[in-house]
Design a protein around this ligand. Structure first.
Ligand code: 5GP
Length: 184
């Protein structure tokens, strides 16, 4: 899927596929340096983090394992509910492991701060966070995010794993939707 397949549903491209690729490469080099001599457990947050997990993990040289969690804090629309539920838990034990949570986007930060304390509580040796995108609101939440791809404006975005009503996840870039899409 690309911009041409979206007709007039696409408002703007915020982050191009090339920008994503270059920035994830930079983050991977930084992660490799920070985890030198260690193994890392990448914990992807389903479903939005699928793209960044696939791309970031292939750029990393640090020995790694992957696991997945599914949590829900949003409905099918664009508003947060503030409630985090575990829909799918990790398969692996995180005790004593260096965990790097891989996220698509941090908006209110509610999901992440909850997830971070949850994994710290299970006895992980360290828990850091990598996210493709971060919105301004997230800066107000006291959750330390070590690796941030791009700071974006406070707009609802889709693409590169992010959906609107389960659509547009397979867009190779991050963009905003025209208002008429929400009225459909
Ligand atoms: P938070 O708890 O930080 O407010 O929300 C995190 C989750 O909300 C993300 O993992 C993502 O699923 C969803 N989310 C937040 N902002 C957006 C957005 O602009 N677009 C989409 N598609 N999902 C978002």
């Amino acid at each position: 899927m690309d911009a041409a397949d979206m007709g007039d549903d696409l408002k703007d491209v915020l982050v191009t596929a090339e920008d994503l690729d270059r920035r994830l490469g930079e983050l991977a080099r930084q992660i490799d340096e920070d985890y030198a001599g260690k193994e890392v457990l990448l914990v992807g947050v389903l479903r939005g983090a699928v793209m960044v997990m696939a791309d970031l993990s292939r750029k990393l040289r640090t020995p790694l394992q992957m696991d997945w969690m599914a949590v829900s804090s949003y409905g099918s629309g664009t508003k947060t509910s503030g409630v985090v539920r575990i829909l799918k838990d990790l398969d692996q034990d995180v005790t004593g492991r260096h965990v790097l949570i891989v996220e698509d986007i941090i908006d209110s930060g509610l999901t992440l701060s909850w997830l971070r304390s949850n994994l710290v509580g299970r006895g992980a040796a360290s828990v850091e966070i990598a996210t493709t995108l971060r919105k301004p609101k997230a800066a107000k939440v006291a959750v330390p995010v070590k690796y941030v791809g791009f700071e974006i404006p406070d707009e609802f975005v889709v693409g590169y794993g992010l959906d609107y009503a389960e659509k547009y996840r397979n867009l190779p870039f991050v963009g905003t939707l025209s208002p008429h899409v929400y009225q459909k």
